[in-house]
Design a protein around this ligand. Structure first.
Ligand SMILES: NC(=O)c1ccc[n+]([C@@H]2O[C@H](COP(=O)([O-])OP(=O)(O)OC[C@H]3O[C@@H](n4cnc5c(N)ncnc54)[C@H](O)[C@@H]3O)[C@@H](O)[C@H]2O)c1
Length: 270
């Protein structure tokens, strides 16, 4: 269990979109935040210590674990990535962060996994995290690998972890699919806060969504974790309608992973 008043929490990828939302949501309670990113973090407050480093710099990652009680691992590439970057950052970099944390005695890891870890399930199946992963891409495969690594770290080393299968993190929903998958800035902070404070989450995998009316998954782990989302994409449906989004028609994507599950896979290097 992390005590926000006294324990140091390291956030990787802290200059990114979710990292920025976490800083806004956590920094009033969390008195010792250590933030790292390959880019500088904007406008740090006195309780935020910033380290600019590449995730592939293992020595730097090991140094920044010093005195950390917990790690929130967000650093990663998504969207328009090359396979080489995906491997270097989302696979090797993730491995190095988890290994450095283990070797430093960190007892809690919160990991930004993704809905793409189960993106090949049909959309009419109300998937729960209890089901086996069905990744829709190499991106999703590496997220599922991160969850599996953390399972091993719990069984072998007793490290508690929560893997967050984040849906669509944005300030506002952006399309029809995100009416089901949206995770708001306030709710991502609430979810990470619950994952850090829980007395014993074991090795938990949870879906990272807001309380969206059109949600297409189910997750008993929200209750267990004490995660109570307060936002709902449906309150923005008129905004989307005004943008020309088809909010009333048939569901656009046949699998949970949306376009990921239908996109041509990037060609692997021979
Ligand atoms: N945004 C979403 O909807 C969503 C959905 C599912 C999962 N996720 C996961 O959540 C995490 C954060 O996502 P985000 O939306 O904030 O993305 P983002 O791109 O805004 O932030 C990622 C951060 O990682 C940093 N980073 C990238 N390569 C790095 C490297 N080599 N060394 C150090 N830092 C590096 C970037 O500089 C960036 O600030 C990612 O792991 C992503 O896969 C996001």
């Amino acid at each position: 269990m992390v005590n926000p008043a006294t324990d140091r929490v390291l956030i990787t990828g802290a200059a990114g979109a979710i990292g920025t939302a976490l800083r806004n949501g956590l920094r009033s309670d969390y008195r010792r935040l250590r933030l790292t990113d390959v880019r500088p973090v904007a406008n740090p407050t006195p309780n935020e210590e910033c380290i600019v480093a590449d995730i592939s710099d293992r020595a730097a990652i090991e140094r920044m674990m010093d005195g950390a009680a917990a790690v929130v691992h967000l650093a990663g590439v998504g969207g328009d990535y090359t396979l080489e970057d995906l491997w270097r950052v989302n696979a090797r970099g993730m491995f190095d962060v988890f290994e450095a944390a283990r070797l430093a005695g960190v007892q809690r890891i919160v990991f930004a996994s993704s809905n793409h870890a189960f993106g090949c399930y049909p959309i009419d199946e109300r998937v729960s995290p209890a089901l086996p992963p069905r990744p829709d891409s190499l991106y999703g495969t590496f997220k599922a690998w991160g969850e599996t690594m953390l399972r091993c770290y719990f069984d072998r080393h007793g490290i508690r972890s929560v893997s967050l299968r984040i849906g669509t993190y944005r300030p506002l929903p952006i399309d029809q699919r995100s009416l089901a998958t949206w995770l708001s800035p306030g709710d991502v902070a609430r979810l990470v806060d619950a994952a850090l404070r829980h007395a014993d989450p074991g090795c938990l995998v949870v879906n990272g969504y807001s309380a969206n009316t059109r949600i297409k998954t189910q997750d008993p782990n929200w209750e267990f974790l004490g995660y109570r989302p307060q936002d709902n994409a449906e309150t923005h449906v008129e905004m989307l309608r005004g943008m020309g989004v088809d909010v009333d028609g048939p569901w656009e994507w046949p699998e949970h992973g949306g376009s990921h599950a239908r996109a041509p896979e990037r060609v692997a290097r021979r």
